[in-house]
Design a protein around this ligand. Structure first.
Ligand SMILES: [Zn+2]
Length: 440
């Protein structure tokens, strides 16, 4: 029973996203493109708010992390040095009957497919597993040959290592310090799905935090806590989050310790974020491959060495998905998106009580224009007030202002709260302070 209602939740969130303009199927008028999604007017606001919250918290509010924004296509030598050209692949098998391709290591899907053919009295067979590289290939320039081959980055991390020397030289950061980046990455995954959970094109928020080797355990612990605080601040119930020590065989070969943060999605417990100790593998390898000295020189001791790295990684799209799943509430026939205040696409909505009374509309427009200087504000003058409240609740707008006849007499308005549905009478002159206080 529980499973059914959970799947139901996923369907309801997907339907809300489409209906209200958070997320649309990609290229929809042409029948879509498998597993591609486009963020709509409200989705882009929500996504930007998540990214902004992350950047403020980890870059602006700390003195020890600086940001970069690197190119999506890097010199292919980067992927040779990082091991992606050789090792970033999945074993692929092809069904000899229908030529559909599957990941050889996903046994339940393989068995399911065999049963499908058995039911049709066909005997399924598989080709030998072949390694299939997950990087998206492209060509630079007019010639499409080996020499012009390039790749869309499969992760943001390498750009931070490649720019390590530039950042140290220009910012004079001392260890420990981090480089942060938010940006898109591309993986030609064979198995995608579950809405925006796994797509071939996705966005990451990532930090490479450079340390001395002896400090790795303490700093790993510091980041473990930071990641949990972050999840909590997204409005997520921590009971649904499970830390998982990634065992030896499953970890990337360079990592000495990895913790995955799994979340109880409606479709199962799946990875949300990851935290890895990458040792000095990356800088050491890029120095070897590029011939450029990527060591850090300690100002006090004069000692030169490759810093070790702790890497916390957050998926933007997965963050947005859990924010929506956690925020979705039904109260009677009312759908309320109880988004954390700072993530809400609109902070305030302004309504004239009646759309056909010029004085009310004029006064409401004035308030609307004034609030826009400080907040993202919605305007609605369609239907009745009750319907407008429902409509704003569904997209998570924390407050609705109604301008009525009393407003014309004493310069006050009603402010209605999304979560309690309670209304208060507030002086127009005090509105900005009122919302600023609540948003603090
Ligand atoms: Zn088949």
């Amino acid at each position: 029973m529980k499973e059914k209602s959970q799947n139901n939740l996923m369907d309801k969130v997907i339907s809300l996203c489409k209906r209200r303009g958070f997320i649309f199927p990609g290229s929809e008028i042409y029948g879509g493109l498998a597993n591609s999604w486009d963020y709509g007017p409200l989705g882009v606001e929500l996504k930007n708010n998540i990214k902004q919250m992350w950047w403020e918290r980890f870059v602006h509010q700390r003195g020890d992390i600086v940001g970069i924004d690197a190119a999506l296509i890097m010199n292919p030598k980067v992927w040779e040095a990082s091991g992606h050209l050789k090792e970033f692949s999945d074993p692929l098998v092809e069904c000899k009957v229908c030529h559909e391709r599957f990941r050889a290591d996903q046994k339940d899907i393989i068995v399911e497919h065999e049963e499908f053919h058995e039911k049709r009295k066909e005997s399924a067979g598989w080709t030998e597993p072949k390694q299939f590289n997950l990087m998206f290939k492209t060509f630079i320039g007019p010639l499409q040959d080996e020499k012009s081959t390039a790749y869309f980055r499969p992760e943001t991390a390498q750009a931070m290592f490649v720019n390590f020397k530039n950042v140290v030289d220009t910012t004079r950061q001392n260890l420990p310090f981090g480089i942060a980046q938010i940006g898109k990455a591309f993986r030609n995954e064979i198995t995608t799905g579950n809405f925006i959970f796994r797509t071939k094109e996705f966005e990451q928020m990532e930090i490479e935090y450079f340390i001395e080797e002896k400090d790795w355990q303490n700093i790993f612990e510091m980041w473990r806590k930071e990641m949990l605080f972050w999840i909590k601040d997204l409005g997520v119930n921590l009971k649904k989050v499970h830390e998982r020590e990634v065992p030896d065989g499953e970890r990337a070969h360079y990592s000495k310790r990895t913790v995955d943060f799994d979340y109880e999605f409606p479709f199962g417990k799946e990875e949300l974020y990851g935290l890895a100790y990458r040792t000095d593998f990356d800088l050491r390898n890029h120095e070897k491959a590029s011939g450029v000295n990527l060591k850090y020189k300690d100002a006090k001791t004069g000692k030169e060495f490759w810093p070790h790295v702790i890497e916390p990684t957050w998926g933007v799209d997965r963050s947005l998905l859990i924010v929506l799943l956690e925020a979705y509430h039904e109260e009677g026939d009312r759908v309320v998106l109880k988004l954390p205040l700072r993530l809400a696409p609109y902070k305030v909505a302004v309504f004239p009580l009646l759309a056909n009374k010029d004085k009310l509309v004029e006064k409401a427009k004035e308030i609307y224009k004034d609030l826009q200087k400080n907040f993202s504000v919605a305007w609605d003058d369609r239907g009745n007030i009750g319907k407008r409240y429902y409509s704003q609740d569904e997209i998570g707008t924390p407050w609705c202002i109604t301008v009525d006849f009393e407003s014309l007499e004493n310069d006050t308005v009603t402010v209605r709260d999304r979560d309690t549905a309670k209304q208060e009478r507030i002086k127009v002159a005090g509105l900005t302070t009122y919302f600023e206080d609540k948003l603090k």
